[in-house]
Design a protein around this ligand. Structure first.
Ligand code: 6R9
Length: 682
């Protein structure tokens, strides 16, 4: 007999559902972990989870400080483990964990693991884009490389609190650069190396880094991408706005491009290989307060300007480490591979920090998971004997389309736990992942979380309870999810609504860089008293959570968050575009596709060329991953009399649900709807 939390976080409901009397919802398949898996799992039963969960929400200070004591603190935190105000009605929003504690996350990732005897353990297996090109670093070697770079940064004037912008592909140098910044208390801001020059410039202007770290080029699949040209253009743009950097440290990625082909600005640009290896392989740690900033990561919101999500050191350290350990049921012998890029939060928490804090061996892969063929992921799994594999539903769906034979010709016997992140995983993709990739043997951790949350919030603990394909299941320790209605009233039991979180957790972001007002307005004002996630969610009779996607103007394309406003502003920057409205539309592989309605300036005819140049404008301003899938010519947009675009109608037109257009009588000009329908296939 075991009990499940049905109103998660609501202790009074914890005993509501009794397992053994069977989980209430028979309409879903229940997938139980095998006895062999559960018996060796860190959390081996619902009872054990419940016990830990209860303590985590009833005594968060005790629960998290016990865990924090397993890490190295130069000085222990003050008398309060945490201090929070999540209610705008009571004053400014404030979240602090372990304030007064002095530590360093790089020290905890590397030195601490080395001191406990793991210096010769492999920290990173690096696999290049081309099969056969690879590299390896032990914990000792990784520390040496991190120290050399940290010394270079220090020597070039980077001090505690300064920002360093990193624009690198998945080379080993990317986690090295993150750790080097952390070692000296510098604040890294990694920008995904698929963003355009204009996006990089925008971020440089916002966070004013002292140094930019990049490389000359990268090979992605069979294409070479000149990253240095992008950075050069971004630095030019930033300097027109009065922001200059002291140096642009450039790693020479010889396999992609030679030095002589790289455009260079003497005085500003420096080759990594020329300077970094000359520095000593030891570097003193700069000790920081738990609440000192660790990194900034820009993410999309409802307006055009990306938000600089700020995470601090101590709470994030404890949270990324603990979530990694439990959601993947981590064992010291595991080999872990997360396919995410460090340019996104998943790469921060679950390529670099979470795994290394646990002393894990991590596979870092430079290339595309289906290059040179759709079997590449499983070739890598077999090559490194990967036990924990973490990816996004979009990859699962695309590999599923390519056919089982690309999977089954590889052994995959090493696999133990599979993970999913970035968007809801549809039950059919879940089943394929479970049955074909995992041979019906490996539990799936479908982890729901966000850039803002720092780590997993709702996730299976793979040995503890049965899974339901498509559900992220139950809250992680210390997380109190609540579902509220439009008025912000908490709904109990089985329900659907807006997903909010009650109370803080150590990994929560502390502010939006330079804009605490926007932080409060976006996340804490919509439903006072709670953190609002921006996601819709339903909860079933068993207390399992089913995420239903964003309820704001954010689209999720292949697990990448893209603001509709950002795409619109890129489109209207095109000289022939008068107005644009962007909506998300269901996409078989990408989850959501980008669908753009475009009104041209008077007299400009529609043409294929113009369509292409509009798409190019988005690629240029944001990056290729944000390119619209469809441009729908729009003589006019459906607007209310007060001029507000009715996106609800546009969404229906985009998804061809024409019988569900609803009331169009409030439109200023109802005729535009017919015009749009007539132009749907043009
Ligand atoms: C980690 C990450 C966050 C948004 C989030 C939600 C969606 C992420 C999900 C999921 C359903 C999951 N999302 N994981 N939806 N099930 N397991 O992706 O961060 O880039 O900030 O995106 O992604 O909509 O609000 P981020």
């Amino acid at each position: 007999m075991a009990t499940f939390p049905s109103g998660a976080g609501n202790i009074s409901q914890l005993n509501a559902v009794i397992l053994g009397d069977a989980l209430a919802s028979e309409e879903f398949d229940l997938i139980f972990p095998s006895h062999e898996f559960s018996s060796q799992a860190l959390v081996s039963s619902p009872q054990k989870y419940l016990e830990m969960y209860k303590r985590s929400v009833e005594d968060p200070a005790g629960f998290w400080s016990d865990i924090a004591c397993e890490f190295y603190w130069k000085e222990k935190w003050g008398h309060k483990v945490f201090d929070e105000n999540l209610d705008v009605r009571k004053g400014p929003i404030k979240i602090q964990w372990f304030k007064g504690g002095v530590t360093n996350i790089c020290y905890n990732c590397l030195d601490r693991n080395i001191e406990s005897g793991n210096g010769d353990k492999v920290a990173i297996y690096w696999e290049g884009n081309e099969p056969g090109v690879d590299g390896v670093l032990t914990y000792n070697q990784l520390l040496q490389k991190v120290c050399q770079l940290a010394n270079y940064l220090k020597d070039n004037g980077v001090e505690k609190g300064n920002a360093v912008l990193i624009y690198l592909p998945m080379l080993m140098e990317l986690p090295i650069a993150m750790l080097a910044c952390a070692r000296i208390g510098a604040v890294h801001s990694v920008v995904f190396a698929g963003f355009s020059a204009e996006s990089v410039a925008q971020r440089i202007i916002d966070c004013r880094p002292k140094i930019v770290i990049t490389c000359n080029a990268v090979t992605r699949g069979s294409k070479i991408i000149n990253l240095k040209d992008i950075v050069n253009a971004a630095l030019d743009e930033a300097s027109h706005n009065g922001i200059t950097v002291d140096a642009c440290l450039t790693f020479e990625n010889e396999s992609a491009m030679t030095r002589k082909d790289t455009k260079w600005q003497v005085g500003r640009d420096v080759w990594w290989q020329d300077v970094v290896p000359k520095y000593p392989q030891v570097c003193d740690v700069v000790w920081v307060d738990a609440e000192d900033p660790l990194f900034l990561l820009y993410t999309s919101g409802s307006t055009g300007k990306p938000k600089g999500v700020l995470h601090t050191t101590g709470g994030y350290m404890i949270y990324s480490a603990t979530t990694f350990k439990y959601a993947f049921d981590y064992k010291q012998s595991d080999i872990y591979w997360c396919t995410a890029d460090c340019g996104w939060i998943t790469g921060h928490s679950y390529v670099t920090y979470g795994p290394l804090l646990n002393g894990a061996t991590v596979v870092v892969y430079e290339g595309a998971p289906n290059y040179p063929d759709p079997g590449r992921s499983w070739a890598i799994v077999d090559k490194y004997k990967v036990t924990l594999f973490y990816t996004a539903p979009t990859l699962v769906r695309s590999l599923m389309r390519d056919g089982d034979e690309h999977v089954t010709r590889y052994s995959r016997k090493s696999l133990r736990v599979l993970g999913s992140v970035g968007e809801p995983i549809n039950p059919s993709a879940w089943r394929w992942y479970f049955n074909v990739v995992g041979d019906s043997r490996c539990p799936i951790s479908d982890t729901w979380w966000q850039t803002e949350t720092g780590g997993f919030m709702i996730t299976p603990l793979p040995g503890a309870w049965p899974q339901k394909p498509g559900s992220a299941t139950l809250p992680f320790f210390g997380v109190q999810p609540v579902i509220v209605d439009e008025k912000g009233i908490e709904i109990e039991g089985e329900c659907s609504g807006y997903l909010c979180i009650k109370g803080s957790w150590p990994g929560a972001f502390r502010t939006l860089y330079g804009d605490h007002d926007r932080y409060e307005t976006t996340y804490f004002k919509p439903f006072p008293g709670y953190y609002f996630s921006g996601d819709g969610c339903s909860r079933d009779k068993d207390g399992y959570h089913w995420l239903t996607g964003r309820v704001d103007d954010v689209i999720n394309v292949s697990g990448h968050r893209i603001g509709t406003a950002e795409v619109e502003s890129a489109l209207v920057s095109h000289p022939q575009c008068a107005e644009a409205a962007v909506v998300g539309v269901e996409h078989e592989v990408k989850g959501q596709g980008i669908y753009a309605f475009v009104t041209l300036i008077d007299g400009v005819p529609y043409s294929e060329e113009l369509r292409k140049s509009l798409i190019l404008a988005v690629r240029k301003q944001i990056g290729a991953f944000a390119a619209p899938d469809k441009i729908h010519w729009a003589p006019g947009l459906p607007k209310t009399r007060s001029g507000k675009i009715m996106r609800r109608i546009l969404r229906k037109i985009a998804s061809k649900q024409l019988d569900e257009l609803g009331d169009t009588s409030t439109l200023a000009d109802p005729c535009v709807v017919d015009q749009l329908i007539a132009l749907a296939d043009c």
